[in-house]
Design a protein around this ligand. Structure first.
Ligand code: 5GP
Length: 189
């Protein structure tokens, strides 16, 4: 994923609190060509797995989940954040602490979009402490389904999320891994 790595180095902005802003291609403005490349790469990396459906979380996971779903020819579902009248008892819920917003929020997925006994690929834009991915995995388990793998666009290795997911036995694939932030620049693995 050379193109992704080049974009991170060239366009990524390191904010305080060890947050990387990549709003020129992933988190606000979206680069469609790069999203397609990412979808192809995830599809290749999980080619040996049976995948029935993709689960991500709004909003920034949606673009990469969509292109991955297109490549694998499976439906894409995104977990919603916060309360909504549209969600009710017919939903699965998980508590997720937001790394960027520093708040706890409930995420939910309607049960009708998470039928049981499915192999679910979890996709997200960033991996920091692993809260979002673990919340999504929790929803998969509530639905009596299996986590087929977890695909992450940008992993911040130094925040421990990857170790937690691997320890739980999940197959993790990260397309770009950040070793450290040094004087506002990004050091990739
Ligand atoms: P975690 O739950 O693993 O602690 O953090 C992952 C979630 O927080 C992702 O869904 C992502 O939206 C957000 N996040 C974590 N770190 C960053 C970051 O450095 N930059 C951006 N843009 N989002 C991040």
């Amino acid at each position: 994923m050379q193109l992704l790595k080049e974009k991170i180095i060239k366009e990524g902005i390191v904010l305080k609190g060890e947050i990387l802003k990549v709003d020129s291609f992933l988190n606000h403005q979206i680069d469609p060509e790069l999203m397609m490349e990412i979808g192809k790469e995830f599809a290749n990396r999980f080619a040996n797995k049976k995948i029935d459906r993709i689960l991500t979380i709004e909003a920034s996971g949606i673009a990469v989940a969509l292109t991955t779903g297109l490549m694998l020819n499976v439906p894409v579902v995104f977990a919603k954040k916060g309360k909504s009248e549209l969600m009710n008892d017919d939903a699965y819920y998980a508590d997720v602490y937001s790394f960027t917003k520093k708040i706890n929020s409930k995420v939910s997925v309607l049960k009708k979009f998470m039928p049981p006994a499915q192999n679910i690929l979890i996709i997200d834009d960033f991996l920091a402490h692993g809260e979002a991915a673990l919340g999504l995995a929790e929803i998969v388990h509530q639905a009596n389904s299996t986590v087929a793998g977890i695909g992450i666009v940008i992993e911040k290795q130094f925040q421990g999320g990857a170790a937690k997911l691997i320890e739980k036995g999940y197959h993790l694939e990260s397309l770009a891994r950040i070793k450290a932030f040094k004087e506002c620049s990004v050091i990739l693995d």
